[in-house]
Design a protein around this ligand. Structure first.
Ligand code: SAM
Ligand code: SF4
Ligand code: SF4
Length: 335
């Protein structure tokens, strides 16, 4: 069972943003001067309830047979009682894998409960091991140790762990090798992410991108790498292994080596809009029809219609598109 878009891509992977709020103000995602005290976040009644999210996840499963769900945000752990949502999602038949992307700061409080509720894995974001640089990047004076305590808590709870590092030229590219070494010693896979032109607030310039090939060159000089095959079709990270070992890293090269042709991800925003691309200017409202009483069959038809019309391949067309004005913010749909 599946639905296919205009470029013959199936719908396989659902990413659900549960909040647009965050306790960090990473300058590339929610810069403090824009997301300040006067910024208007979504009101509670605008957010999808846990019941609505679970119903939609079930409808996506019925429509396309999705097996994987990723919870994201904003910072997903800012959403009250998140473990209850995980438990509800875990009870859907045939959902095999529930993961969450988080800044890690609240994991010491929630990791055990999340694991007990059915969460399988976390991806924890950390851009440097240098406290001063990290505080500048996160905009909220949060120390590296706070995130590392989150990593420990996830490990103690038995959650699978990967790390995400967004690399910005001249900001934290000097941290690539120290991060690679540190997490290799910890036995945790780290994925280096090219800085992307998501949203309108981060003032992105191509010059700020530290490319996949430059990242590999840096690491390869110190710790030689071999390329390895993807785990599955549509995997976004290109994988490498340190020569002579099983230790692995990944690179997500959305800018210099786009992977739109295998992109099978649907993104549901916290207020119930379906985005068919990370760079979409607008989402398709699913909350409205649900609250207006649409039946399951009607909702499935809506989802099918949106996916079968999908033609997005923004990263592949980036050069032509960079002048476009309005894009959704990363903190809105969660990466
Ligand atoms: N708050 C959580 C976190 O930071 O992990 C989840 C949401 S965050 C939007 C998801 C991922 O997107 C994080 O790993 C973050 O570093 C990444 N991200 C945010 N803005 C980005 C950008 N402009 N380019 C590349 N990655 C970005
Ligand atoms: Fe918050 Fe994550 Fe965005 Fe940083 S990247 S501001 S932690 S949502
Ligand atoms: Fe998928 Fe859009 Fe990213 Fe291409 S640009 S990989 S279509 S999310």
């Amino acid at each position: 069972m599946n639905v296919w878009d205009q470029l013959q891509r199936p719908l396989r992977d659902l990413r659900i943003s549960v909040t647009d709020r965050c306790n960090f103000r990473c300058h590339y995602c929610m810069p403090a001067d824009i997301f300040g005290p006067d910024y208007v976040f979504l009101k509670k009644n605008m957010l999808l309830s846990f019941e609505e999210i679970t119903r939609l996840a079930q409808l996506f499963q019925d429509t396309s047979g999705i097996k994987k769900i990723r919870i994201t945000g904003g910072e997903p752990l800012m959403r009250r009682d998140l473990p209850s949502l995980i438990e509800m999602l875990a009870s859907i038949d045939d959902i095999e894998d529930i993961a969450m992307t988080t800044n890690g700061s609240l994991l010491p409080k929630y990791a055990q409960r999340l694991k007990a509720a059915g969460l399988n894995r976390v991806t924890i974001s950390l851009d440097t091991l240098d406290d001063e640089r990290f505080k500048k990047i996160n905009g909220r004076d949060v120390s590296v140790d706070t995130v590392l305590k989150g990593v420990d808590a996830a490990r103690e709870a038995g959650l699978g762990i990967k790390m995400n590092m967004v690399v910005q030229k001249g900001v934290n590219d000097q941290d690539i090798v120290p991060m690679a070494k540190y997490f290799r010693e910890q036995g945790i896979i780290i994925r280096f992410i090219e800085y992307m032109d998501v949203g309108n607030s981060n003032g992105w310039k191509m010059d700020d991108v530290f490319s996949k090939s430059a990242i590999i060159e840096r690491i390869n000089k110190e710790m030689p790498l071999d390329a390895i095959k993807p785990n599955y079709k549509g995997e976004v990270a290109t994988r490498y292994r340190y020569k002579g070992s099983d230790d692995e890293i990944g690179i997500i090269s959305s800018v210099t080596d786009a992977f739109c042709s295998s992109c099978n991800r649907a993104r549901l925003s916290a207020e119930g809009k379906l985005f068919t691309c990370l760079f979409s200017s607008k989402g398709h409202d699913l909350r409205g029809p649900m609250r207006n009483g649409a039946t399951d069959d009607e909702m499935k038809e809506i989802i099918k219609g949106i996916w079968t019309n999908r033609k997005d391949r923004y990263s592949e067309e980036r050069t032509a598109h960079t002048k476009r004005k309005s894009k959704v913010e990363m903190s809105h749909i969660g990466g």
